[in-house]
Design a protein around this ligand. Structure first.
Ligand SMILES: Nc1nc2c(c(=O)[nH]1)N[C@H]1C(S)=C(S)[C@@H](COP(=O)(O)OP(=O)(O)OC[C@H]3O[C@@H](n4cnc5c(N)ncnc54)[C@H](O)[C@@H]3O)O[C@H]1N2
Ligand code: MOO
Length: 634
């Protein structure tokens, strides 16, 4: 099988316009459904009221119905006496008002003088406290226009207007076909090279959210004939087809060929990242989208194309993205060839949203789980500078973000444990962005985080953290909340096959090392130890190779991509590695004094002082928490 030749690079907006122009005749038919079951459906025609609401005059209050002109003599000096049956009748809220009456006086404005007599001290104004016929809805009035998505309140208005059935577009039945020889069903016995199939399940859940009816097909291997057969069947039986993976130019990427054979490819390749190899086409007269395999790419195609498509075939133009303004805490570089979707974490600090970009790999499913929003870097830009104010498409509720305490700095698994305990208390969340200790200090300086977790060794004095606070954040009043002392050590494979017992051994034995990024405390510790020992970084194989967390360093060793790395005990334990202690470091929380008063921060401090948290530290091992919770004002 020869490779496909790539790919157009048309903008997302143009691609959608062109595509929808080509498939505009594939709109679905309509059906009539019960109004009370029509939530989320799209009206096929304008809907008019069949009756008025209310369809008779009714009382808006509890009181007495009167004839207004007979009450105008009433004053507080000469109250007017009225007799039931002759001058008034008693009515409750909602009761019909007989034609001969034209006003209602509230019961609290009447003085009862006998069983069937009241006095009033103020005249009634005609039509006061009466809901007149058609006050809400008039017979024949337009209740909903065509191509309107029916909301719960619309259901109320329709029924009140006597419309009990409504004509709506049919919901599209969407076929979802996962493909790939390497793709296996969840629960299958896994061997190297297998990938557990999950995209189709994400698609199905999203399609349902978009208003379609998903059907998931079984996995189809990369076999041209089988793919032809399955796609043909799907196009015959369903309204929209989603063909997952094989969208690219690899030898077994058949999606384009299959669609071309059975129908037409209109567009292959859109200027977005991730997601560029998307295919937009038709088979029979059904829209088909070839969606890239990488889960993050696939998600952005679902959100930016398939969501619109599922609505388009129902005659609806969806424009429901919600944006907020946020300040970028890091520079974002982007290619000027693509509209790029960058996942961000959001924090709310001193009345401003702060956006911190997270991992960018197209395969990083967790980046979607962790993201609060998406920064869309337009095609013509090469990115944004740190500090720029940008629009962020929200993926979470604003309230949830406003109740999030932001921690930027060096990562340790105990932050995740504290986050979990905090979330259990309700209301507040802890979000942490892992940019190393120095990144945390700089974020504090720039007011981009509530607090930072740091372990920065002063190479001159051997003291932790304080030098850096004084040097880099002189403008703010800062407190240190003592957190833990961590044992940092060398992580090596079980059984220590290279027999590494010290930092010196890394150089001596030529072990493949994996380093942490510049600015991280672990990196500084390594440099400190190397300097002490008089070893040059050049003598460490892999010194230039950077990873961003303790766990990912440990994972590199576990997978045999490296022989050793420097990190904390818990990371070694999680990845089942041997651990050779090197130093005890002070991992502290650095926080502006004013934030100690924030309710969420107080709750966080309660959490780290709790017995439950200490129990977790014991369970992990490798932590000394004798100073935990002590607050030192700098
Ligand atoms: N020569 C070039 N190669 C590639 C280019 C390019 O421009 N030139 N673009 C890359 C880009 S960008 C993307 S995106 C991918 C798209 O690849 P495919 O759509 O062909 O997808 P596969 O290779 O079949 O799968 C990729 C990857 O996705 C995961 N996957 C696939 N299906 C599922 C599923 N159902 N559930 C979970 N995960 C799934 C899996 O990890 C696959 O390995 O092409 C690049 N190549
Ligand atoms: O554009 Mo691909 O979709 O980055 O991964």
């Amino acid at each position: 099988m020869e490779r496909n030749i790539y790919l157009s690079n048309i903008s997302l907006e143009k691609a959608i316009d062109m595509y929808f122009e080509r498939i505009k005749d594939f709109r679905l038919g309509t059906e009539v459904v019960k109004t009370h079951e029509a939530k989320g459906r799209i009206t096929a025609k304008p809907v008019f009221a069949k009756i008025s609401s209310p369809f008779y005059n009714s009382s808006a209050v509890d009181g007495i119905a009167v004839v207004a002109k007979n009450t105008f003599t009433a004053t507080d000096r000469s109250p007017l006496r009225l007799k039931e049956g002759k001058d008034y009748i008693v009515v409750d809220t909602g009761d019909p008002i007989p034609d001969e009456y034209d006003a209602v006086i509230m019961v609290e404005d009447t003085i009862k003088v006998s069983e069937d007599e009241v006095e009033i001290i103020k005249p009634a104004i005609p039509w006061q406290n009466i809901r007149q016929m058609g006050e809400d809805i008039v017979e024949g009035q337009l209740i909903l226009p065509q191509s309107h998505r029916i909301r719960p309140v619309d259901i109320g208005a329709l029924i009140a207007g006597g419309v009990f059935d409504v004509e709506v577009y049919k919901r599209p039945r969407v076929a979802i076909i996962p493909t790939g020889t390497e793709i296996v069903e969840p629960g299958a016995h896994l061997k190297i090279g297998d990938i557990i199939e999950f995209n189709s399940r994400v698609f199905a859940a999203l399609v349902e959210e978009y208003g379609g009816i998903p059907t998931r097909f079984n996995i189809v291997k990369d076999d041209f004939e089988k793919l032809l057969e399955t796609v043909k069947k799907a196009a015959e039986e369903y309204d929209v087809v989603l063909l997952n993976a094989g969208s690219s130019a690899g030898r077994e990427d058949y999606s384009k060929k299959v669609i071309e054979t059975l129908g037409e490819v209109y567009i292959h390749g859109v200027a977005i990242k991730p997601g560029k190899p998307v295919i937009l086409g038709r088979v029979l007269n059904k829209p088909i989208v070839g969606i890239p395999g990488f889960p993050v790419s696939a998600f952005f195609i679902m959100e930016n194309i398939v969501k619109k498509l599922v609505n388009f075939v129902q005659g609806y133009d969806i424009k429901d993205k919600k944006y907020i303004e946020a300040q970028l805490s890091k520079r974002v570089m982007s290619s000027s060839k693509y509209l790029e979707f960058v996942r961000v974490k959001l924090g709310y600090i001193e009345g401003k949203y702060i956006a911190t970009p997270i991992e960018r790999g197209a395969g990083a499913t967790m980046s979607l789980v962790r993201a609060d929003g998406v920064l869309e870097v337009p095609e013509e830009l090469e990115g944004y500078e740190k500090g720029s104010v940008v629009n962020i498409n929200l993926l979470k509720a604003e309230d949830e973000i406003k109740n999030t305490i932001l921690c930027i700095g060096s990562h340790d698994i105990i932050l995740d444990i504290a986050a979990d305990l905090l979330a259990k208390k309700g209301r507040y969340n802890l979000a942490s962005a892992h940019v190393g200790s120095m990144g945390g200090i700089l974020a504090l300086k720039d007011k981009e985080t509530h607090f930072a977790t740091v372990h920065l060794l002063d190479m001159e004095t051997g003291e932790y953290n304080r030098t850096y606070i004084r040097k880099y954040i002189p403008n703010r009043k800062i407190a240190i909340i003592k957190f833990v002392k961590r044992i940092q050590g060398l992580m090596v494979k079980r059984g220590n096959p290279l027999n590494i017992h010290s930092i010196e051994d890394i150089a001596k034995k030529g072990a493949r090392f994996v380093n942490r990024q510049k600015g991280s405390g672990t990196r500084i510790l390594l440099d400190f130890e190397l300097k002490k020992l008089g070893i040059s970084p050049r003598d460490i194989k892999g010194y230039e190779r950077e990873d961003y967390t303790h766990i990912s360093v440990a994972a590199q060793v576990a997978k045999n991509n490296a022989d050793c790395g420097l990190g904390v005990f818990s990371a070694a334990q999680i990845m089942d590695l041997d651990f050779i202690p090197v130093a005890n470091e002070e991992y502290d929380i650095v926080i502006p004094v004013e934030y100690l008063e924030l309710d969420g921060v107080k709750k966080f401090i309660e959490v780290i002082n709790s017995e439950e948290f200490k129990k977790e530290l014991d369970r992990l091992g490798g932590y000394d928490y004798s100073d935990l919770g002590k607050i030192i004002i700098e």
